[in-house]
Design a protein around this ligand. Structure first.
Ligand SMILES: Cc1cc2nc3c(=O)[nH]c(=O)nc-3n(C[C@H](O)[C@H](O)[C@H](O)COP(=O)(O)OP(=O)(O)OC[C@H]3O[C@@H](n4cnc5c(N)ncnc54)[C@H](O)[C@@H]3O)c2cc1C
Length: 493
């Protein structure tokens, strides 16, 4: 174990929580400052009329990253929570199109999925299987460099993973967009649309995002989809319990006002109540913009990185819905007719227009207690531009109409809504600090995006580190958990 240090983690999103668990497991004294009343950041929840809704993420993959955190805390530690538990799904998504009869089910069994695709559209099963195999190979080849280590440390390029990647780099699609790659390998326009959608997993546009994003489907089709017991909200609660069992102090309702330093190294954090928390190490889990603009006002900010295009945001309706709808499952997608026009509209107007792609997540399909008997809890998301000022009541009402019309055209009914709440980019920004309400920090709409993400260790101040969705390796729960691992290694090198 390295020497014990004072660590202050600013922000209790999933990245900050995982960092706190890891730092405490190393024997450091850790305090987490969180401006909200509870931990979790975007992984929030709300309850309404007997319905429980996860407010943010709904798709959970790479559960081994949670198991890894569990394993850092010995079983005999007092107060250690029971191991993190989750169910394995037999399918990822039910995909719907207006002019197709019934859903295409993306089974976890890839052979079954490929056979269904062949039966429906005549695309040979082997073609889809090869597509998924290439995604797996590219994922395995790149993960050791792009996901599991800092891209900004020389040591990364001296690893075995880096040499292996270098020796096989010619096998990777380094030019062209994801859309072009999927067009070449999948042929059928609806299958292409299905695989183009994976660009939205980091808030990007498949018509601009690099072909390397073809690795993302491997997360679902190779590693699998899961649902935590108790829903997504149990992820931050479990991490907080793990951290507490190791003596981490949580100060909620207690945001950081400034990260203190002497020009060479960090010295602590000033909280909004005026108290100073001395620190040898400060890890900011707050979006990079407020970190530089508010918490480090006297430090030169990396303007090029801060000015990168944001990832998309979302408008989410949380509907308690009367009745049960057997054609729907945990994850459902109702595709627009013209994906390119939809992304164009998001880019230029901020709105998906009159024919949005609609994602519906219903956890009560798997966790019956999430809705009263005879009801379902619908989380209904459409991607929109990251712009907190756009979504006033009138704009939300217009989008709601378009979403209801889409559901009606595709599924043949209008949901019987008994209660409703809405999340907009403005609320995402004000409740989590995410600049412009972006879901995943900067977009990956260019081949350089991975290299332009902010590093995990400051070059300006010793003892200053960054984790979470706005820095390397990027947004989404698995990447934030991997970011915490990278920070832990950098701090304890
Ligand atoms: C609607 C939605 C759907 C999504 N869907 C998925 C999905 O299906 N799967 C997936 O993997 N990911 C999904 N994501 C993305 C995922 O939620 C994020 O990438 C991830 O949760 C970000 O975690 P983070 O560690 O960056 O912290 P955040 O969740 O951004 O939390 C940052 C924390 O910092 C706190 N904070 C801010 N300022 C201060 C301050 N000055 N002092 C102290 N604390 C402060 C905030 O209150 C917040 O708690 C979704 C996000 C949203 C919003």
């Amino acid at each position: 174990m390295s020497e014990s240090r004072h660590v202050v983690v600013v922000g209790a999103g999933v990245g900050g929580l995982a960092t706190a668990v890891r730092m405490a497991a190393r024997g450091h004294r850790v305090t987490v400052l969180e401006s909200a009343p509870t931990v979790g950041g975007k992984l929030a929840e709300h309850l309404e009329d007997g319905h429980r809704f996860d407010r943010g993420p709904s798709l959970f993959t790479m559960p081994s990253l949670m198991v890894e955190l569990d394993e850092l805390v010995p079983p005999h530690v007092a107060g250690r929570p029971a191991p993190f538990r989750f169910d394995t799904m037999d399918r990822s998504t039910h995909y719907f199109w207006e002019d197709e009869v019934g859903p295409l089910i993306a089974w976890s069994d890839n052979d079954k999925f490929a056979r269904d695709v062949e039966a429906r559209w005549g695309v040979p099963a082997k073609q889809l299987q090869s597509h998924l195999r290439r995604a797996k190979e590219a994922f395995e080849l790149t993960r050791g460099v792009f996901l599991e280590r800092s891209l900004h440390e020389r040591s990364t390029y001296l690893t075995r993973s880096a040499w292996r990647l270098l020796s096989r780099v010619g096998s990777l699609p380094l030019v062209g967009t994801l859309n072009r790659y999927n067009t070449k390998h999948l042929g059928h326009p609806k299958l292409r649309q299905l695989f183009n959608r994976y660009a939205t997993y980091n808030g990007s546009d498949p018509h601009k995002a690099p072909a390397m994003l073809h690795v993302i489907p491997h997360l679902e089709h190779g590693i699998g989809t899961y649902l935590p017991h108790g829903g997504m909200r149990s992820i931050p609660l479990h991490l907080q319990a793990l951290a507490r069992s190791q003596g981490v102090t949580f100060r909620t309702d207690c945001g950081a006002a400034q990260i203190l330093h002497d020009g060479i190294r960090v010295t602590g954090v000033l909280d909004v109540q005026g108290a100073t928390h001395p620190a040898d190490v400060v890890v900011s889990n707050v979006d990079l913009h407020p970190t530089y603009r508010n918490l480090l006002p006297d430090l030169p900010a990396p303007e090029r990185i801060l000015n990168q295009e944001r990832s998309t945001s979302g408008v989410i309706f949380y509907w308690g819905v009367r009745g049960s709808h057997p054609q729907l499952h945990l994850h459902n997608i109702l595709f627009s007719k013209d994906y390119e026009t939809e992304f164009d509209s998001i880019q230029h107007t901020g709105s998906p227009g009159q024919d949005p792609t609609v994602y519906i997540n219903i956890t009560s399909k798997i966790i019956p207690d999430d809705a009263p008997t005879g009801h379902e809890n619908w989380f209904v998301l459409t991607n929109v531009g990251a712009n907190p000022r756009q979504w006033d009541d009138a704009a939300v009402a217009q989008l709601r109409q378009a979403v209801l019309a889409k559901v009606s055209r595709t599924l043949g009914f209008v949901p019987d809504i008994v209660c409703e709440q809405v999340l907009t980019p403005q609320i995402i920004e004000s409740s989590t600090g995410s600049w412009m309400g972006a879901l995943y920090g900067a977009s990956s709409n260019s081949a350089q995006a991975a290299f332009l993400r902010h590093r995990n260790r400051s070059t300006q101040l010793r003892g200053l580190y960054f984790c979470g969705g706005s820095v390397h390796p990027g947004g989404g729960i698995p990447l934030c958990l991997l970011g915490a691992r990278i920070v832990d290694e950098l701090v304890n090198q």
